[in-house]
Design a protein around this ligand. Structure first.
Ligand SMILES: Cc1cc2nc3c(=O)[nH]c(=O)nc-3n(C[C@H](O)[C@H](O)[C@H](O)COP(=O)(O)O)c2cc1C
Length: 242
């Protein structure tokens, strides 16, 4: 069966965006090597509402804004994908506000490991500064969603013509190799210290309220997370028999 790849790039520059063109190049190369289907979204087509801070998502699992901008369709696409790619230009030292707004709408997932077992790719471009700081934040977000295995592409670049440079193509090919081995099942998701600590922190937080009317604690209860001793165990259950 075709593997599915979801990509969101937080650049408002559409066809002119270096980051979008880089993501397109990566996915074109990948589709020559592996049977996959992909879609690249950006702010030009996803007109997302900004999070209102009502916390309804944590309390009852719903976001009223999903009815306004159909973000639930995007969420379902992410859930049914094998690989999640987040791309961003560096703006003022960190991710763009477009990507931040996208992430804020998925804050609930930071507490319920909604994307556990998937593979992640981070793409950040800038004229040279703050790539590591940007990637550090995005890795935390992806880990928070439960994504354990992440490839990070940090590309200093001035124009779209730079995407033809040998070193950038080599980096794209390294990422393609990584994704191919994941998609072929040669590489299984592996836990790490950050995810283990985060799992224990959330477990301690939700255990006392497991029977309360609180969506996040209920989600943990209903999905048997409290019975697990580690995040590694969750990944083992997800990948049993695969
Ligand atoms: C508002 C704004 C802020 C930026 N801030 C930085 C920065 O802090 N550091 C940097 O190296 N480049 C910065 N840049 C340059 C972009 O990160 C760079 O041109 C990027 O590759 C553009 O990606 P895009 O074509 O996909 O939008 C900034 C550009 C803009 C428009």
């Amino acid at each position: 069966m075709n593997k599915k790849i979801f990509c969101y790039v937080g650049s408002p520059r559409g066809e002119k965006s270096i980051t979008i063109n880089l993501a397109r190049k990566l996915l074109t190369y990948l589709s020559h090597r592996s049977e996959c289907i992909y879609k690249i979204y950006s702010p030009s087509e996803l007109k997302l509402e900004k999070c209102l801070g009502c916390e309804c998502c944590s309390k009852n699992g719903n976001c009223e804004l999903d009815k306004v901008d159909n973000f639930d369709k995007i969420k379902n696409e992410m859930i049914s994908s094998d690989v999640i790619i987040l791309g961003t230009p560096v703006y003022a030292g960190t991710i763009s506000s477009y990507l931040k707004e996208f992430i804020e709408r998925l804050s609930l997932w930071l507490h319920i490991f909604k994307l556990a077992g998937k593979c992640g790719v981070i793409i950040a471009t800038s004229t040279g500064n703050s790539l590591n700081e940007t990637a550090y934040y995005l890795r935390r977000i992806m880990h928070g969603w439960g994504i354990s295995d992440i490839y990070t592409m940090l590309i200093p670049v001035q124009t779209n013509d730079d995407l033809e440079k040998a070193e950038i193509n080599e980096e794209i090919n390294r990422c393609v190799e990584y994704l191919c081995s994941f998609l072929a099942g040669l590489k299984k998701p592996a836990s790490n210290n950050y995810l283990e600590q985060y799992f224990q922190t959330l477990k301690k937080l939700y255990l006392p309220v497991r029977n309360f009317e609180h969506y996040e604690a209920k989600y943990w209860n209903e999905n048997g997370f409290f019975e697990l001793n580690s995040y590694k165990e969750l990944l083992e259950i997800l990948y049993k028999g695969k």
